[in-house]
Design a binder for this molecule. Structure first.
Ligand SMILES: [Zn+2]
Ligand SMILES: [Zn+2]
Length: 238
């Protein structure tokens, strides 16, 4: 893994927080799953196209399930447990790769950021990113992460408006996807948050996200949130 190109997990979590009011997001210790091969299990392969190691999603999900059970024993009730990796992943021998996979019933997901680097599969050899590429990788990672966690809340792909819950199939579609929820998906999240609804305040949510967009130099997103906040504040003051 070329860690100098990896997006910051702390920043991804920080950006996710306002989307899930009332929920705590915590970064757990890193797991080295390259060990799977040593255990004589078939959880790894070399991808025939990229010639790079790839890890089987079911092994990682199995590991996260065990972790979740352990946490429960210590009375720590986790809603979801999400693994992110800079390694490439695949769901079965017939597949080339997958960006991510969730086990909705278990509240577990595994997502790979490796292919979000425009230089994949040669990112290993590349030097540190330019600012422009760093922002692109970070924005893609945040977008994938928040989108996938919203799926875990039971919200499906959006077919109504331009929205971060639109399904994407290509890189162009992914980069064209906004970092905000349309009114319908925002309302769905309000329902999904359940008893934490009292924390769901759109003005507070947008204010926090705008602050983060500005600090991360997400220009278009800053403009969108700023505009929305202006409209909301005008409505609130009338
Ligand atoms: Zn999706
Ligand atoms: Zn939507």
């Amino acid at each position: 893994m070329n860690s100098s190109r990896a997006p910051s997990l702390e920043t991804i979590c920080e950006f996710s927080r306002p989307f899930f009011p009332g929920c705590q997001i915590e970064i757990l210790p890193r797991i080295d799953f390259t060990d799977f091969s040593k255990h004589g299990q078939n959880g790894m392969r070399i991808n025939p196209y990229t010639k790079q190691p790839q890890y089987l999603t079911s092994f990682i999900i199995g590991h996260l399930k065990k972790m979740k059970r352990r946490e429960r024993k210590h009375d720590r009730q986790e809603l979801f447990c999400i693994g992110v990796t800079m390694a490439d992943i695949y769901p079965g021998s017939n597949w080339n790769f997958v960006y991510g996979l969730a086990s909705i019933d278990d509240g577990i997901g595994i997502y790979s950021f490796s292919r979000l680097d425009p230089l994949f599969p040669n990112a290993e050899m590349a030097g540190p990113c330019t600012d422009e590429v760093r922002i692109l990788i970070l924005k893609r990672s945040i977008s994938v992460f928040v989108h996938e966690v919203i799926h875990l809340f039971g919200v499906e792909h959006c077919i109504y408006y331009l929205c971060m819950m639109n399904g994407t199939e290509t890189e162009e579609e992914m980069d064209g996807q906004p970092l905000y929820l349309c009114p319908i998906c925002l309302r769905k999240m309000y329902s999904a948050i359940g008893k934490e609804k009292k924390h769901f305040n759109v003005i507070q949510m947008y204010t926090k996200i705008l602050e983060l967009c500005k600090s991360l130099h997400f220009k278009d997103e800053s403009a969108w949130y700023e505009n929305r906040l202006n409209l909301l504040n005008i409505t609130a003051n009338n």
